[in-house]
Design a protein. Structure first.
Length: 104
């Protein structure tokens, strides 16, 4: 909901959600064809959509749109070539999840 209008994005079109820089309490949603900012928090979104994976304290990603994981430099590349930071602590679990996810 943005300014009283409701918007819907299919989960399979969602790339990632991150906290909006310099805008506390707001999130930035990146989908295949759009970017939108809305008021919420990542903990709430993560509880609603358990298939999203938290790669950093401020980023949730859709594993279906991960193109490449760079474990040396701690980056993740999405389908749209966005480069996201991966926390060192999340990297091992992410790698394991990706191996399992892509073997299906």
């Amino acid at each position: 909901s943005i300014n009283g209008q409701m918007f819907a994005v299919r989960l399979d079109e969602l790339l990632y959600i991150q906290t909006a820089t310099g805008n506390p309490g707001n999130l930035e949603m990146h989908a295949l064809d759009e970017i939108a900012t809305f008021h919420d928090n990542l903990n709430h979104i993560a509880s609603l959509y358990p298939t999203l994976f938290r790669i950093h304290k401020s980023i949730l990603v859709n594993p279906d749109h991960i193109k490449q994981l760079d474990t040396t430099n701690h980056y993740l590349y999405m389908d749209n070539d966005d480069k996201l930071d991966v926390s060192f602590r999340k990297q091992k679990l992410l790698k394991k999840m990706l191996n399992h996810h892509h073997s299906k």
